[in-house]
Design a binder for this molecule. Structure first.
Ligand code: GBH
Length: 490
Protein backbone atom coordinates (compact mmCIF):
# COMPACT_ATOMS: atom_id res chain seq x y z
CA UNK A 1 0.00 0.00 0.00
CA UNK A 2 2.50 2.52 1.16
CA UNK A 3 4.73 1.90 -1.81
CA UNK A 4 2.05 3.19 -4.18
CA UNK A 5 2.25 6.70 -2.71
CA UNK A 6 5.06 9.09 -2.29
CA UNK A 7 6.22 9.56 1.30
CA UNK A 8 4.75 13.01 1.43
CA UNK A 9 1.48 11.83 0.04
CA UNK A 10 1.32 9.06 2.60
CA UNK A 11 2.13 11.40 5.46
CA UNK A 12 -0.68 13.66 4.29
CA UNK A 13 -3.09 10.78 4.01
CA UNK A 14 -2.21 9.70 7.50
CA UNK A 15 -2.88 13.23 8.64
CA UNK A 16 0.54 13.76 10.13
CA UNK A 17 2.10 16.35 7.93
CA UNK A 18 0.35 19.16 9.75
CA UNK A 19 1.93 17.94 12.96
CA UNK A 20 5.40 18.47 11.60
CA UNK A 21 6.46 14.87 11.55
CA UNK A 22 10.10 14.45 10.62
CA UNK A 23 11.43 11.45 8.73
CA UNK A 24 13.11 9.96 11.80
CA UNK A 25 11.42 11.70 14.69
CA UNK A 26 11.98 11.00 18.35
CA UNK A 27 8.24 10.58 18.57
CA UNK A 28 6.30 9.74 15.46
CA UNK A 29 3.41 11.98 16.35
CA UNK A 30 3.53 15.08 18.44
CA UNK A 31 0.46 15.11 20.61
CA UNK A 32 -0.94 18.61 20.78
CA UNK A 33 -1.52 19.66 24.35
CA UNK A 34 -5.15 19.82 25.40
CA UNK A 35 -6.90 23.00 26.39
CA UNK A 36 -7.67 22.85 30.10
CA UNK A 37 -11.38 23.11 29.35
CA UNK A 38 -11.42 19.88 27.34
CA UNK A 39 -13.19 17.39 29.57
CA UNK A 40 -14.06 14.92 26.89
CA UNK A 41 -12.98 11.33 27.23
CA UNK A 42 -13.51 8.76 29.94
CA UNK A 43 -12.86 9.87 33.50
CA UNK A 44 -9.18 9.75 34.35
CA UNK A 45 -7.22 7.32 36.45
CA UNK A 46 -6.75 8.04 40.16
CA UNK A 47 -4.24 10.74 40.98
CA UNK A 48 -0.77 9.27 41.38
CA UNK A 49 -1.55 6.21 39.27
CA UNK A 50 1.82 4.70 38.45
CA UNK A 51 2.45 4.40 34.73
CA UNK A 52 5.27 1.99 34.01
CA UNK A 53 6.99 -0.22 31.49
CA UNK A 54 8.60 -3.62 31.94
CA UNK A 55 11.41 -5.80 30.64
CA UNK A 56 13.30 -8.84 31.91
CA UNK A 57 17.02 -9.52 32.18
CA UNK A 58 17.51 -12.41 29.78
CA UNK A 59 15.20 -10.85 27.22
CA UNK A 60 16.98 -7.51 26.98
CA UNK A 61 20.41 -7.48 28.58
CA UNK A 62 22.70 -9.56 26.37
CA UNK A 63 26.31 -9.52 27.67
CA UNK A 64 25.88 -13.09 28.81
CA UNK A 65 29.60 -13.66 29.28
CA UNK A 66 30.48 -10.36 30.89
CA UNK A 67 31.56 -9.41 34.39
CA UNK A 68 31.45 -12.93 35.73
CA UNK A 69 27.85 -13.84 34.89
CA UNK A 70 27.18 -17.56 35.17
CA UNK A 71 25.15 -19.64 32.75
CA UNK A 72 21.39 -19.85 33.09
CA UNK A 73 19.07 -22.62 31.96
CA UNK A 74 17.96 -20.32 29.14
CA UNK A 75 21.52 -20.01 27.79
CA UNK A 76 21.67 -23.78 27.63
CA UNK A 77 18.19 -24.16 26.21
CA UNK A 78 18.61 -21.51 23.52
CA UNK A 79 21.78 -23.28 22.37
CA UNK A 80 19.94 -26.57 21.99
CA UNK A 81 19.13 -27.01 18.29
CA UNK A 82 15.45 -26.75 17.42
CA UNK A 83 14.28 -25.00 20.57
CA UNK A 84 14.12 -21.37 19.39
CA UNK A 85 12.09 -20.77 16.24
CA UNK A 86 14.61 -18.42 14.59
CA UNK A 87 17.67 -20.25 16.00
CA UNK A 88 18.67 -17.18 17.96
CA UNK A 89 20.00 -16.86 21.48
CA UNK A 90 19.84 -13.86 23.77
CA UNK A 91 23.63 -13.51 23.83
CA UNK A 92 23.22 -9.95 22.65
CA UNK A 93 19.45 -9.47 22.81
CA UNK A 94 18.64 -5.74 22.97
CA UNK A 95 22.09 -4.98 24.41
CA UNK A 96 20.49 -3.23 27.37
CA UNK A 97 23.51 -4.11 29.51
CA UNK A 98 25.57 -1.62 27.56
CA UNK A 99 22.84 0.79 26.53
CA UNK A 100 20.98 1.14 29.81
CA UNK A 101 21.68 4.87 30.01
CA UNK A 102 20.12 5.47 26.61
CA UNK A 103 17.25 3.20 27.56
CA UNK A 104 16.55 5.14 30.73
CA UNK A 105 16.33 8.21 28.53
CA UNK A 106 13.80 6.40 26.34
CA UNK A 107 11.70 5.68 29.42
CA UNK A 108 11.86 9.28 30.48
CA UNK A 109 10.96 10.62 27.06
CA UNK A 110 7.57 8.93 27.26
CA UNK A 111 6.89 10.31 30.73
CA UNK A 112 6.95 6.79 32.16
CA UNK A 113 7.13 6.96 35.95
CA UNK A 114 8.22 3.45 36.88
CA UNK A 115 10.43 0.81 35.34
CA UNK A 116 10.10 -2.88 36.10
CA UNK A 117 13.27 -4.80 35.23
CA UNK A 118 14.55 -8.13 36.45
CA UNK A 119 17.80 -8.99 38.14
CA UNK A 120 19.68 -11.91 36.60
CA UNK A 121 20.31 -14.38 39.40
CA UNK A 122 23.34 -15.83 37.55
CA UNK A 123 24.97 -12.40 37.48
CA UNK A 124 24.70 -12.11 41.24
CA UNK A 125 25.36 -15.75 42.16
CA UNK A 126 26.96 -17.23 39.03
CA UNK A 127 26.50 -20.76 40.31
CA UNK A 128 23.20 -20.18 42.11
CA UNK A 129 24.70 -20.59 45.56
CA UNK A 130 28.08 -19.88 47.09
CA UNK A 131 30.02 -16.67 46.75
CA UNK A 132 28.28 -13.64 45.21
CA UNK A 133 29.83 -11.92 42.23
CA UNK A 134 30.14 -8.22 43.11
CA UNK A 135 30.56 -7.14 39.49
CA UNK A 136 27.24 -8.72 38.61
CA UNK A 137 25.37 -6.67 41.16
CA UNK A 138 27.25 -3.54 40.10
CA UNK A 139 25.24 -3.41 36.91
CA UNK A 140 22.01 -3.05 38.88
CA UNK A 141 23.68 -0.47 41.09
CA UNK A 142 24.41 1.63 38.04
CA UNK A 143 20.95 1.07 36.58
CA UNK A 144 19.26 2.08 39.84
CA UNK A 145 21.31 5.25 40.10
CA UNK A 146 20.46 6.17 36.55
CA UNK A 147 16.75 5.56 37.11
CA UNK A 148 16.63 7.57 40.30
CA UNK A 149 18.52 10.44 38.75
CA UNK A 150 15.79 10.53 36.13
CA UNK A 151 12.94 10.34 38.66
CA UNK A 152 11.89 6.89 37.57
CA UNK A 153 10.69 4.55 40.30
CA UNK A 154 12.47 1.18 40.06
CA UNK A 155 10.63 -2.11 40.56
CA UNK A 156 12.89 -5.17 40.45
CA UNK A 157 11.83 -8.73 39.74
CA UNK A 158 14.12 -11.31 41.31
CA UNK A 159 13.25 -14.26 39.11
CA UNK A 160 12.20 -13.94 35.51
CA UNK A 161 13.07 -17.50 34.47
CA UNK A 162 16.88 -17.34 34.22
CA UNK A 163 17.73 -20.03 36.76
CA UNK A 164 21.47 -20.55 37.30
CA UNK A 165 22.46 -23.67 35.36
CA UNK A 166 24.47 -24.88 38.36
CA UNK A 167 21.29 -25.36 40.37
CA UNK A 168 19.67 -27.27 37.54
CA UNK A 169 22.72 -29.52 37.27
CA UNK A 170 23.26 -30.10 40.98
CA UNK A 171 19.75 -30.49 42.39
CA UNK A 172 17.41 -30.59 39.37
CA UNK A 173 16.52 -26.90 39.66
CA UNK A 174 13.02 -26.32 40.97
CA UNK A 175 12.59 -30.07 41.49
CA UNK A 176 14.36 -29.54 44.79
CA UNK A 177 13.53 -27.27 47.70
CA UNK A 178 17.29 -26.60 47.81
CA UNK A 179 16.57 -24.19 44.96
CA UNK A 180 13.85 -22.52 47.07
CA UNK A 181 16.41 -21.95 49.82
CA UNK A 182 19.05 -20.73 47.38
CA UNK A 183 16.51 -18.27 45.98
CA UNK A 184 15.78 -16.91 49.45
CA UNK A 185 19.48 -16.45 50.06
CA UNK A 186 19.84 -14.56 46.79
CA UNK A 187 16.74 -12.46 47.61
CA UNK A 188 18.15 -11.55 51.02
CA UNK A 189 21.49 -10.58 49.53
CA UNK A 190 19.88 -8.32 46.93
CA UNK A 191 17.66 -6.76 49.61
CA UNK A 192 20.71 -6.09 51.76
CA UNK A 193 22.60 -4.46 48.93
CA UNK A 194 19.92 -2.55 47.01
CA UNK A 195 17.00 -1.59 49.24
CA UNK A 196 18.65 1.69 50.14
CA UNK A 197 17.43 2.69 46.68
CA UNK A 198 14.80 0.21 45.60
CA UNK A 199 11.53 0.10 47.50
CA UNK A 200 9.52 -2.40 45.47
CA UNK A 201 10.45 -5.98 44.73
CA UNK A 202 8.58 -8.63 42.78
CA UNK A 203 9.67 -12.10 43.84
CA UNK A 204 8.86 -14.45 40.98
CA UNK A 205 7.46 -13.79 37.54
CA UNK A 206 4.65 -16.10 36.42
CA UNK A 207 5.30 -19.01 38.75
CA UNK A 208 2.23 -20.78 37.46
CA UNK A 209 3.51 -20.64 33.91
CA UNK A 210 7.20 -21.38 33.79
CA UNK A 211 6.72 -24.57 35.76
CA UNK A 212 4.31 -26.09 33.26
CA UNK A 213 6.08 -24.81 30.19
CA UNK A 214 9.54 -25.73 31.43
CA UNK A 215 9.09 -28.84 33.53
CA UNK A 216 5.86 -30.46 32.32
CA UNK A 217 5.54 -29.80 28.61
CA UNK A 218 9.22 -29.27 27.77
CA UNK A 219 8.45 -26.18 25.69
CA UNK A 220 10.57 -23.70 27.68
CA UNK A 221 13.85 -24.14 29.59
CA UNK A 222 14.89 -26.50 31.03
CA UNK A 223 12.83 -28.51 28.53
CA UNK A 224 11.76 -31.35 30.82
CA UNK A 225 8.65 -33.49 30.58
CA UNK A 226 8.08 -34.68 34.11
CA UNK A 227 5.06 -36.60 35.45
CA UNK A 228 2.25 -34.83 37.39
CA UNK A 229 3.55 -35.64 40.89
CA UNK A 230 6.91 -34.06 40.11
CA UNK A 231 5.26 -31.04 38.49
CA UNK A 232 3.00 -30.44 41.50
CA UNK A 233 6.01 -30.67 43.79
CA UNK A 234 7.83 -28.13 41.65
CA UNK A 235 4.89 -25.73 41.91
CA UNK A 236 5.07 -26.15 45.65
CA UNK A 237 8.82 -25.53 45.72
CA UNK A 238 8.33 -22.33 43.73
CA UNK A 239 5.60 -21.12 46.08
CA UNK A 240 7.90 -21.94 48.99
CA UNK A 241 10.70 -19.99 47.32
CA UNK A 242 8.38 -17.00 47.10
CA UNK A 243 7.47 -17.19 50.79
CA UNK A 244 11.06 -17.70 51.93
CA UNK A 245 12.14 -14.76 49.76
CA UNK A 246 9.47 -12.48 51.28
CA UNK A 247 10.83 -13.37 54.71
CA UNK A 248 14.45 -12.89 53.65
CA UNK A 249 13.67 -9.48 52.17
CA UNK A 250 11.88 -8.43 55.36
CA UNK A 251 14.82 -9.65 57.42
CA UNK A 252 17.60 -8.06 55.40
CA UNK A 253 16.00 -5.16 53.51
CA UNK A 254 15.51 -1.60 54.76
CA UNK A 255 12.28 -0.90 56.62
CA UNK A 256 9.56 0.05 54.19
CA UNK A 257 10.65 -2.28 51.40
CA UNK A 258 7.53 -3.61 49.71
CA UNK A 259 7.35 -7.06 48.18
CA UNK A 260 4.88 -9.20 46.25
CA UNK A 261 4.53 -11.66 43.38
CA UNK A 262 4.07 -10.91 39.66
CA UNK A 263 1.72 -13.61 38.55
CA UNK A 264 0.03 -14.40 35.26
CA UNK A 265 -3.34 -14.93 36.88
CA UNK A 266 -5.60 -17.35 35.05
CA UNK A 267 -8.16 -14.65 34.19
CA UNK A 268 -11.70 -15.96 34.50
CA UNK A 269 -14.40 -13.77 33.02
CA UNK A 270 -18.16 -14.15 33.45
CA UNK A 271 -19.44 -14.85 29.94
CA UNK A 272 -22.41 -12.59 30.71
CA UNK A 273 -22.06 -10.53 33.86
CA UNK A 274 -25.06 -11.79 35.83
CA UNK A 275 -24.62 -12.01 39.62
CA UNK A 276 -24.57 -15.82 39.41
CA UNK A 277 -21.93 -15.85 36.69
CA UNK A 278 -19.79 -13.32 38.55
CA UNK A 279 -19.90 -15.58 41.58
CA UNK A 280 -18.99 -18.54 39.33
CA UNK A 281 -16.03 -16.60 37.91
CA UNK A 282 -14.80 -15.93 41.45
CA UNK A 283 -14.96 -19.64 42.29
CA UNK A 284 -13.14 -20.45 39.06
CA UNK A 285 -10.48 -17.83 39.81
CA UNK A 286 -9.65 -19.53 43.12
CA UNK A 287 -9.53 -22.99 41.57
CA UNK A 288 -7.52 -22.14 38.48
CA UNK A 289 -5.03 -20.20 40.58
CA UNK A 290 -4.88 -22.76 43.37
CA UNK A 291 -1.26 -23.73 42.81
CA UNK A 292 0.19 -20.29 43.37
CA UNK A 293 -1.86 -17.14 43.96
CA UNK A 294 -4.49 -18.84 46.07
CA UNK A 295 -2.06 -20.75 48.25
CA UNK A 296 0.19 -17.75 48.86
CA UNK A 297 -2.78 -15.51 49.68
CA UNK A 298 -4.91 -18.02 51.64
CA UNK A 299 -2.26 -20.33 53.06
CA UNK A 300 -3.94 -23.47 51.84
CA UNK A 301 -4.49 -25.49 48.71
CA UNK A 302 -8.14 -25.64 47.69
CA UNK A 303 -10.02 -28.91 48.13
CA UNK A 304 -10.68 -28.88 44.40
CA UNK A 305 -6.97 -28.71 43.65
CA UNK A 306 -6.04 -31.47 46.11
CA UNK A 307 -8.88 -33.75 44.98
CA UNK A 308 -7.97 -33.28 41.35
CA UNK A 309 -4.28 -33.98 41.99
CA UNK A 310 -5.12 -37.04 44.12
CA UNK A 311 -2.07 -39.16 44.79
CA UNK A 312 0.02 -36.81 42.64
CA UNK A 313 -0.60 -33.84 44.95
CA UNK A 314 2.34 -31.97 46.48
CA UNK A 315 3.86 -33.14 49.77
CA UNK A 316 4.01 -30.30 52.27
CA UNK A 317 3.97 -29.41 55.92
CA UNK A 318 1.79 -26.94 57.81
CA UNK A 319 4.93 -24.91 58.50
CA UNK A 320 5.62 -24.65 54.75
CA UNK A 321 2.09 -23.34 54.16
CA UNK A 322 2.70 -20.67 56.79
CA UNK A 323 5.92 -19.62 55.05
CA UNK A 324 4.28 -19.64 51.62
CA UNK A 325 1.51 -17.35 52.86
CA UNK A 326 3.75 -14.77 54.54
CA UNK A 327 1.77 -11.53 54.00
CA UNK A 328 2.76 -9.51 50.93
CA UNK A 329 2.53 -5.75 50.39
CA UNK A 330 1.02 -5.90 46.94
CA UNK A 331 0.02 -8.35 44.25
CA UNK A 332 1.26 -7.96 40.69
CA UNK A 333 -0.97 -9.41 37.99
CA UNK A 334 0.25 -10.03 34.46
CA UNK A 335 -2.82 -9.80 32.26
CA UNK A 336 -2.71 -10.46 28.55
CA UNK A 337 -5.79 -12.44 27.71
CA UNK A 338 -8.94 -14.10 29.00
CA UNK A 339 -8.12 -17.61 30.13
CA UNK A 340 -11.67 -18.86 30.70
CA UNK A 341 -15.16 -17.60 29.99
CA UNK A 342 -17.26 -18.91 32.82
CA UNK A 343 -20.94 -19.40 33.65
CA UNK A 344 -22.68 -20.62 36.80
CA UNK A 345 -23.36 -24.31 37.16
CA UNK A 346 -25.42 -26.44 39.55
CA UNK A 347 -22.63 -28.99 39.65
CA UNK A 348 -19.79 -28.63 42.16
CA UNK A 349 -17.71 -26.54 42.39
CA UNK A 350 -20.30 -24.18 40.89
CA UNK A 351 -18.95 -23.04 37.55
CA UNK A 352 -18.61 -24.28 33.99
CA UNK A 353 -16.09 -23.17 31.39
CA UNK A 354 -17.52 -22.42 27.96
CA UNK A 355 -15.76 -23.76 24.87
CA UNK A 356 -14.07 -21.04 22.84
CA UNK A 357 -15.22 -20.54 19.29
CA UNK A 358 -12.54 -21.41 16.72
CA UNK A 359 -11.13 -19.24 15.40
CA UNK A 360 -11.18 -16.56 18.06
CA UNK A 361 -9.58 -13.15 17.37
CA UNK A 362 -5.95 -13.04 18.39
CA UNK A 363 -3.08 -10.61 18.17
CA UNK A 364 0.15 -11.48 16.33
CA UNK A 365 0.98 -14.19 18.90
CA UNK A 366 -1.46 -17.03 18.47
CA UNK A 367 -1.93 -17.47 22.24
CA UNK A 368 -2.82 -13.81 22.66
CA UNK A 369 -6.59 -13.80 22.28
CA UNK A 370 -8.17 -10.38 22.36
CA UNK A 371 -9.98 -10.06 25.68
CA UNK A 372 -9.83 -6.54 27.11
CA UNK A 373 -12.35 -7.44 29.81
CA UNK A 374 -9.68 -9.64 31.41
CA UNK A 375 -7.98 -6.55 32.80
CA UNK A 376 -11.23 -5.45 34.44
CA UNK A 377 -12.26 -8.78 35.93
CA UNK A 378 -8.88 -10.12 37.02
CA UNK A 379 -8.06 -7.31 39.47
CA UNK A 380 -11.69 -6.90 40.53
CA UNK A 381 -12.16 -10.57 41.38
CA UNK A 382 -8.68 -10.88 42.90
CA UNK A 383 -9.36 -7.89 45.19
CA UNK A 384 -12.73 -9.32 46.23
CA UNK A 385 -11.58 -12.89 46.79
CA UNK A 386 -8.33 -12.16 48.60
CA UNK A 387 -9.23 -8.81 50.10
CA UNK A 388 -6.34 -7.00 48.42
CA UNK A 389 -5.68 -3.31 48.82
CA UNK A 390 -2.79 -2.86 46.37
CA UNK A 391 -2.68 -4.40 42.92
CA UNK A 392 -0.29 -3.59 40.11
CA UNK A 393 -0.81 -4.74 36.59
CA UNK A 394 2.75 -6.01 36.40
CA UNK A 395 2.50 -6.76 32.66
CA UNK A 396 0.11 -6.04 29.83
CA UNK A 397 0.85 -5.51 26.18
CA UNK A 398 0.89 -7.25 22.86
CA UNK A 399 2.96 -8.45 19.97
CA UNK A 400 2.10 -6.88 16.66
CA UNK A 401 3.11 -7.34 13.05
CA UNK A 402 5.30 -4.23 13.14
CA UNK A 403 6.57 -3.00 9.80
CA UNK A 404 8.84 -0.08 9.17
CA UNK A 405 6.99 2.17 6.74
CA UNK A 406 8.69 3.91 3.87
CA UNK A 407 9.04 7.04 6.01
CA UNK A 408 10.83 5.10 8.73
CA UNK A 409 7.95 5.05 11.20
CA UNK A 410 6.16 2.06 12.67
CA UNK A 411 2.40 2.58 12.52
CA UNK A 412 1.42 -0.13 14.98
CA UNK A 413 -2.27 0.66 15.03
CA UNK A 414 -3.01 -2.93 16.02
CA UNK A 415 -1.03 -2.48 19.25
CA UNK A 416 -2.78 0.83 19.88
CA UNK A 417 -6.15 -0.84 19.32
CA UNK A 418 -5.22 -3.47 21.89
CA UNK A 419 -3.90 -0.97 24.45
CA UNK A 420 -6.81 1.41 24.06
CA UNK A 421 -9.31 -1.34 24.72
CA UNK A 422 -7.42 -2.84 27.66
CA UNK A 423 -6.75 0.54 29.24
CA UNK A 424 -10.41 1.42 28.87
CA UNK A 425 -11.30 -1.66 30.88
CA UNK A 426 -8.61 -0.89 33.44
CA UNK A 427 -9.96 2.62 33.78
CA UNK A 428 -13.38 1.16 34.38
CA UNK A 429 -11.94 -0.97 37.19
CA UNK A 430 -10.09 1.97 38.74
CA UNK A 431 -13.13 4.24 38.56
CA UNK A 432 -15.19 1.60 40.39
CA UNK A 433 -12.68 1.54 43.21
CA UNK A 434 -10.79 -1.63 42.33
CA UNK A 435 -7.41 -1.02 44.03
CA UNK A 436 -5.20 -0.97 40.94
CA UNK A 437 -2.32 1.38 41.73
CA UNK A 438 -0.17 1.07 38.63
CA UNK A 439 0.36 -0.50 35.24
CA UNK A 440 3.53 -1.81 33.58
CA UNK A 441 3.36 -2.04 29.84
CA UNK A 442 5.14 -5.05 28.34
CA UNK A 443 7.44 -4.11 26.92
CA UNK A 444 9.58 -1.00 26.84
CA UNK A 445 11.36 -2.33 23.77
CA UNK A 446 11.45 -5.29 21.43
CA UNK A 447 13.39 -8.17 22.93
CA UNK A 448 14.11 -11.88 22.92
CA UNK A 449 10.66 -13.43 23.09
CA UNK A 450 11.75 -16.81 24.50
CA UNK A 451 11.06 -19.71 22.12
CA UNK A 452 9.94 -17.25 19.46
CA UNK A 453 13.34 -15.58 19.44
CA UNK A 454 13.19 -12.18 17.79
CA UNK A 455 10.16 -13.03 15.70
CA UNK A 456 7.54 -11.62 18.06
CA UNK A 457 7.86 -7.97 18.98
CA UNK A 458 6.20 -6.50 22.08
CA UNK A 459 8.03 -3.18 22.40
CA UNK A 460 6.93 0.44 22.45
CA UNK A 461 10.33 1.00 20.87
CA UNK A 462 11.36 -1.00 17.89
CA UNK A 463 14.82 -2.53 18.17
CA UNK A 464 16.70 -3.22 14.98
CA UNK A 465 18.54 -6.36 16.06
CA UNK A 466 21.34 -5.76 13.56
CA UNK A 467 22.14 -2.15 14.42
CA UNK A 468 20.48 -2.19 17.88
CA UNK A 469 18.97 1.14 17.05
CA UNK A 470 15.77 2.01 18.93
CA UNK A 471 12.85 3.73 17.17
CA UNK A 472 9.65 4.76 18.94
CA UNK A 473 6.58 3.19 17.42
CA UNK A 474 3.31 5.07 17.08
CA UNK A 475 2.18 3.25 20.24
CA UNK A 476 4.95 5.05 22.15
CA UNK A 477 3.23 8.34 21.33
CA UNK A 478 -0.09 6.83 22.29
CA UNK A 479 1.25 5.73 25.66
CA UNK A 480 2.91 9.07 26.27
CA UNK A 481 -0.43 10.77 25.68
CA UNK A 482 -2.21 8.40 28.09
CA UNK A 483 0.37 9.15 30.77
CA UNK A 484 0.24 12.88 30.18
CA UNK A 485 -3.53 13.05 30.59
CA UNK A 486 -3.63 10.21 33.16
CA UNK A 487 -6.34 8.56 31.13
CA UNK A 488 -7.60 7.88 27.67
CA UNK A 489 -8.45 10.56 25.19
CA UNK A 490 -11.92 10.96 23.81
C1 GBH B 1 4.87 -12.87 29.67
O1 GBH B 1 4.31 -14.14 29.57
C2 GBH B 1 6.29 -12.98 30.14
O2 GBH B 1 6.38 -12.60 31.50
C3 GBH B 1 7.24 -12.18 29.33
O3 GBH B 1 8.55 -12.57 29.64
C4 GBH B 1 6.91 -12.36 27.88
O4 GBH B 1 7.85 -11.76 27.04
C5 GBH B 1 5.56 -11.76 27.63
O5 GBH B 1 4.61 -12.23 28.50
C6 GBH B 1 5.06 -11.97 26.23
O6 GBH B 1 4.87 -13.31 25.96
O7 GBH B 1 4.65 -21.39 23.55
O8 GBH B 1 3.43 -20.19 21.90
O9 GBH B 1 2.28 -21.61 23.48
C7 GBH B 1 2.96 -14.18 29.15
C8 GBH B 1 2.42 -15.57 29.26
C9 GBH B 1 3.02 -17.81 28.82
C10 GBH B 1 2.59 -16.30 27.05
C11 GBH B 1 3.67 -18.75 27.84
C12 GBH B 1 3.25 -17.25 26.08
C13 GBH B 1 3.71 -19.55 25.62
C14 GBH B 1 3.19 -19.36 24.24
N1 GBH B 1 3.12 -16.45 28.36
N2 GBH B 1 3.09 -18.60 26.52
S1 GBH B 1 3.40 -20.73 23.22
Amino acid sequence: MVGRFSRRHFAKLAGFSALGMAAQPVHPVEVPSRPASDHRGVAGFPKGFLWGAATSAYQVEGAVDEDGRGRSIWDTFARTPGKISDHSTADRASDHYHRYKDDVRLIRELGIKAYRFSIAWPRVFPDGTGAPNPKGLDFYDRLLDELLENDIEPFATLYHWDLPQGLQDRVGGWQSSETSKAFANYAGYVADRLTDRIKNIFTINEAGRFVNFGYQWGIDAPGLKLPPAAVNQIHHNVALAHGLAVQAIRARGRAGTRVGPAENIAACVPAIATPANIEAAAIATREFNAGFLNVILEGKYTDGFLNYAGKDGPKFTAEELRIISTPVDFVGLNVYTVQYYVVASDRAPGFAVLPLPVPFPTMASDWLRVGPEAIYWAPRLAAEIWNLDTIYISENGTSAADKVAADGNIYDLDRIMYLRNYLGQLQRAASEGVPVRGYFLWSLMDNFEWIHGFEERFGLYRVDFDTLRRTPKLSASFYRDVIERNGLGA
